[in-house]
Design a protein around this ligand. Sequence first.
Ligand code: UD1
Ligand code: UDP
Length: 373
Amino acid sequence: MSVKKPVVAVVFGTRPEAIKMATVVLELKRHPGLDVQVISTGQHRQMLEPILERFRIQVDHEMDLMEPNQSLFRLSSKALAAFEQALTGTGRPDFLLVQGDTTTAFLGALSAFYAKIPVGHVEAGLRTDNKYFPFPEEINRRMISVCADWHFCPTASNRENLLREGTSSDQILVTGNTGVDALLHTVGREEDASVSGKAEGGKKLVLVTLHRRESFGATLEGVFHAIRALAEEHPDTEWVYPVHLNPNVQEPARRILGDVPNIRLIAPMDYFEFAQLMKRAYLILTDSGGVQEEAPTLGIPVLVLRNETERPEAVLTGVVKLVGTGPADIARETRRLLADPAERTRMGRAGNPYGDGKASERIVAHVARVLGV
Ligand code: UD1
Ligand code: UDP
């Protein structure tokens, strides 16, 4: 007689969630005692597809929610209605996993609570302790922590954050970050951290990604003007910037940076190709969360163009520097690193504090234990 296996639902909707959930899905599929149900809100449309193809993941329940320039209100109300359909009735899973701090993750966790389905939070316990920075992610992840039954923390300091807020220690597991699993699965371990840092033609390659909502408007424009000035000042550098599809990023990026000969504005890249490019970069300028974890794994220094970070570990080891969004600070720190290859190599060698590539294994083993299989 065949016995029905417990169903674990994995929820994602944006590019970084799909990347960081991919190896969790693959690991769940490998487990003989579990069935997996993949739910996508489709919060991102074009930026999600190549990742699913790359990891050969089929979506079981597609909500297809994305709208151009979507507001948080509209996305949230549509997501709640769609989650009610997905999580109640015959498709109801036995356990639900969300990742990170997006609107998809928060509404997935809240909906699971409404449906009384146990929730596991992958990448739990990251904090800036600043309500509006990053916006709305700091509050999203706090609200997910309240809904979650299990907290899978990338690092010990994430665990400390949760303990400080009163989370019970037996609900917390330090696993490492699944983003490291995905990266190692995709490009393998870096053997030589002192890769050339050169673009074709021998110029120093500077890689840029920017997309945070709290920077939209004057802050982002100031950052773009700083980048423009730096590129013009350093003709021996080649800047590559895969521009996020958010119209609030696309428009100023094209207006301010579109005509600089040594800046290449390109479409968002396939994850594998982006990872290869990161490996070849001399330096990365970013406000991305995931890139702050990946670059240390690859041994590439990062300047974070934000005033705070929920990922202090790599700042402490020295591979990441928190520079802020002020044009003068960005100019000073970038100039310094471009002029000092020895410092760049030193930073790159500081090491990766975000995990050993086995986070997904640990998470799935724990979920299986909870479900008694
Ligand atoms: C969202 C997450 C943020 C995460 C980021 C990763 C929230 C509140 N924010 O950013 O935490 O760091 O994703 O990239 O959940 N767009 C497309 N095609 C795509 C994706 C986006 O055209 O494939 C455009 C659309 O016009 C869309 C807009 O970008 O409306 C913004 O997408 P959204 O998911 O709302 O982005 P953010 O909130 O900026
Ligand atoms: N990334 C990608 N293509 C790109 C830029 C980034 O695949 O052109 C990947 C990157 O390697 C990382 C993730 O997207 O895994 C980060 O996504 P994003 O910066 O949009 O979100 P965040 O991590 O800030 O939430």
